[in-house]
Design a protein around this ligand. Structure first.
Ligand SMILES: [Zn+2]
Length: 166
């Protein structure tokens, strides 16, 4: 179980009411609220009485789902200097823009636009260019919510409450 206030992994959580929000928290955090009756740690967001908490948890789950699309905790984004990476790798191979274009089924003018960053490669082009040139155009980007807090602990409702207050 994960404490929804501090994010600590604990064998069991306690259900307490903190400033009107019902949370599953660790023993440490339980003292910040008053214990409420009910089964421990089996609530689903949909069953929450407090719509604000339910919404927050739903948003958190959405964020987690978005992160899952990219596989691992960190998402990948197109590198800012993708144009430079393409140009350098192409020139290192002695290829003209048309040569690279032919290998990835794009016109030389498209390659020129990519290298000058007048155009952003499509999701379909990125892996082709990476494969042909043997480079990476994407780099891992930590999700914003995690970046705000130094550790790698999962985002908890406590974090969300703090973020909303900032
Ligand atoms: Zn806690």
């Amino acid at each position: 179980m994960i404490c929804e206030l501090c994010g600590k992994e604990v064998p069991r959580t306690r259900t307490v009411s903190v400033e009107g929000s019902v949370l599953s928290v660790c023993g440490e955090c339980a003292k910040f609220g008053s214990e409420v009756a009910g089964p421990i740690g089996v609530r689903r967001p949909g069953n929450l009485a407090d719509p604000v908490v339910a919404q927050r948890l739903e948003r958190r789950q959405q964020r987690m789902a978005e992160r899952d699309i990219y596989g691992t905790p960190a998402a990948e984004e197109l590198a800012e200097d993708f144009g430079e990476r393409i140009r350098q790798a192409r020139e290192a191979r002695g290829w003209k823009q048309a040569d690279l274009g032919a290998k990835v089924n794009e016109r030389a003018s498209v390659i020129a636009k990519l290298e000058s960053r007048a155009m952003v490669p499509t999701d379909a082009m990125i892996p082709k260019i990476e494969r042909v040139l043997g480079i990476r155009l994407r780099e891992k980007v930590e999700p914003v919510a995690v970046k705000k807090h130094s550790g790698s602990a999962p985002v908890t409702l406590g974090d969300l409450i703090r973020m909303d207050e900032e």
